[in-house]
Design a protein around this ligand. Structure first.
Ligand code: E4P
Length: 300
């Protein structure tokens, strides 16, 4: 593994920090500790139901035949984020509500209130759907910090902006790069477009580039000055191994799919007027539900 610092004469200078805050995309406190040692800091953490299902303790329980009740699953999730919470900086720990396509805003908000009481630096993740946005709107009014996840378009990000206007705390929106690449689009464009759109805004929404699958994705997030980026441990290990590089001035990103063009949108519209439908948002919710259910005891 490469050393993440450089020795100049007698002193050791730490590598330059990127503009973007770095969050670990995972569900295992030991992994977060390891990354903190490796790169010297971790600004925050994102979790989701799939990552919690992959937590070593949860996997061990499931493999030994112990399926969890919903209450036990929530208790495991709470234990995991409570262990991660003190390991990270001011970007906090994102905790995702358990929602399927029929979960109402009231139900999400109830979970959001409970989850935000688990740790002092919680960001509650709601899906970028009408119900998720209603829950987010009410959450920010109550002072609960939010991260709107499963965002795949500029219109969805605009709706997050409009729904959370007036929030005292910064709001995160998470565009998913890798999953857009998976369907033949150049996922990185959505981060660039949202950043450009928010240039002319009140800046209460910060961009958290997510679904980062490669070093190129990571460097691109730095390049477009995404305020935050959440990164799986294995990509951070690769970044450390290469000496924690930052993109050079002539950094060029090789597009991996068809371009996603920029749209001129009026951020002052009510959020309901944006087109928030996206097939990948629906599919993402279904995938989280199935990973979550794989750890649960079947209802008798
Ligand atoms: C983080 O908030 C997201 O849930 C995560 O980055 C999704 O990554 P994936 O598309 O690789 O599952």
């Amino acid at each position: 593994m490469g050393d993440s610092s450089e020795t100049v004469g007698e002193t050791t200078t730490p590598p330059k920090r990127p503009h973007s805050k770095i969050l670990v995309d995972g569900g295992d406190p030991e992994e977060t500790t390891r990354i903190r040692r490796l790169i010297g800091f971790v600004d925050g953490q994102t979790t989701n139901p799939s990552l919690i299902a992959k937590n070593p303790e949860v996997m061990h329980l499931v493999e030994s035949g112990h399926r969890l009740t919903e209450r036990e699953e929530a208790a495991e999730y709470r234990k995991i984020v409570q262990a991660i919470s003190p390991l990270v900086g001011d970007a906090g720990v994102s905790i995702e509500v358990f929602a399927d396509l029929n979960t109402t805003a009231d139900e999400m908000l109830k979970q959001g209130r409970e989850m935000s009481s688990w740790i002092s630096n919680a960001y509650i993740k709601y899906p970028c759907t009408a119900e998720g946005l209603k829950a987010a709107e009410r959450s920010v009014a109550e002072g609960i910090r939010v991260n709107i996840t499963l965002c795949f378009s500029q219109q969805q990000a605009a709706s997050v902006y409009a729904a959370t206007k007036g929030s005292r705390a910064p709001v995160y929106v998470s565009p998913f790069v890798g999953r857009l690449d998976d369907i033949g689009k150049n996922g990185a464009d959505v981060v660039r477009n949202i950043k450009r759109m928010f240039d002319q805004s009140d800046h209460h929404v910060l961009v958290l580039a997510a679904s980062i699958r490669s070093l190129q994705h990571l460097l691109y997030a730095f390049h477009v000055r995404s305020e935050l980026v959440t990164v799986p441990a294995k990509i951070l290990e690769q970044w450390a191994q290469e000496g924690m590089p930052l993109p050079s001035d002539d950094f060029a990103y090789t597009p991996v799919g068809t371009e996603i063009p920029y749209e001129e949108l009026n951020l002052e519209q009510p959020w309901e007027q944006f087109n928030i439908e996206h097939d990948l948002t629906r599919k993402g919710i279904q995938k989280f539900v199935s990973d979550y259910k794989s750890t649960l005891r079947k209802a008798s």
